[in-house]
Design a protein around this ligand. Structure first.
Ligand SMILES: NC(=O)c1ccc[n+]([C@@H]2O[C@H](COP(=O)([O-])OP(=O)(O)OC[C@H]3O[C@@H](n4cnc5c(N)ncnc54)[C@H](OP(=O)(O)O)[C@@H]3O)[C@@H](O)[C@H]2O)c1
Length: 219
């Protein structure tokens, strides 16, 4: 697929670009203040730098939003018309000091993104920690043999768009889980915060993830 990664030079954006390119996707990266970093990621992913963001967004089949929450709206605005576009929202809607979520319980970052880009097909799916993704070669499994991959919970109201991101999350090497409509992001976004708390406040470090294990098939 043709994928535009907004924040493509960032911690997680660069790894998404690298892993999806290794699976044969055509990757463009854009939106960052360091042109050299964007160039380096594009080169590694055998892709392009999206210097004209609206044109790149028009051309992309999926636009990946991988910027800090505070930059999410400006980044979407910079993409121009996103009507009908699949937007893969990877953000954790964190407070600036990372102490909690700036939105939640009765609303979610994913739903806020959908309100910012009416008519776009927004999919919420927070990827695994960048450190975990960086530790494995781009075409190798994310976790050592015998250990299940971290889950990525995929929420969207548009079933086709959800299916597209489920496949891309699997291409990242994650355990892609269909979590249903976009409003379920109210439940999945706090999982990202839990992992941040465990990794950084509780000292487990960033080489962690939360796999979903099923102990029996649905009766
Ligand atoms: N890192 C992880 O492990 C991880 C895992 C799952 C989800 N996430 C979520 O993914 C998102 C990105 O995280 P990250 O760690 O990759 O962040 P990051 O590296 O700090 O930033 C991502 C990109 O956004 C760009 N950016 C930030 N503010 C900008 C602004 N005002 N104008 C233009 N460009 C701006 C940065 O460009 P510059 O190079 O110019 O700064 C960078 O390329 C966050 O919402 C995070 O919660 C992260």
């Amino acid at each position: 697929m043709r994928i535009l990664v907004i924040g493509g030079a960032g911690n997680i954006g660069a790894l998404i670009a690298r892993r999806l390119a290794a699976r044969g996707h055509a990757v463009a990266v854009g939106f960052g203040r360091d042109a050299a970093k964007l160039e380096a990621v594009a080169k590694e992913a055998r892709g392009t730098v999206a210097s004209d963001l609206p044109a790149a967004a028009r051309d992309a089949e999926v636009v990946v939003l991988a910027v800090p929450w505070g930059a999410a709206k400006p980044a979407l605005d910079a993409c121009g018309d996103l009507l009908g576009k699949v937007i893969w929202d990877c953000t954790n809607p964190l407070l600036p000091d990372l102490s909690g979520l700036s939105i939640g319980t009765t609303d979610s970052g994913g739903e806020q993104v959908a309100r910012w880009v009416p008519g776009a097909r927004v999919v919420k799916a927070v990827p695994p920690f960048a450190d975990l993704m960086a530790a494995a070669p781009p075409d190798a499994p994310l976790t050592p043999a015998g250990l299940p991959p971290p889950a990525v919970f995929v929420c969207a109201d548009d079933a086709a768009a959800r299916g597209t991101v489920l496949a891309l999350a699997a291409d990242l090497g994650a355990g892609a889980v269909d979590a249903g409509p976009l409003a379920v992001a109210r439940c999945t976004e706090p999982v990202g915060l839990l992992l941040i708390k465990l990794g950084y406040a509780q000292g487990l470090g960033p080489m962690i993830g939360a796999p979903l294990l099923r102990y029996a098939e649905t009766p």
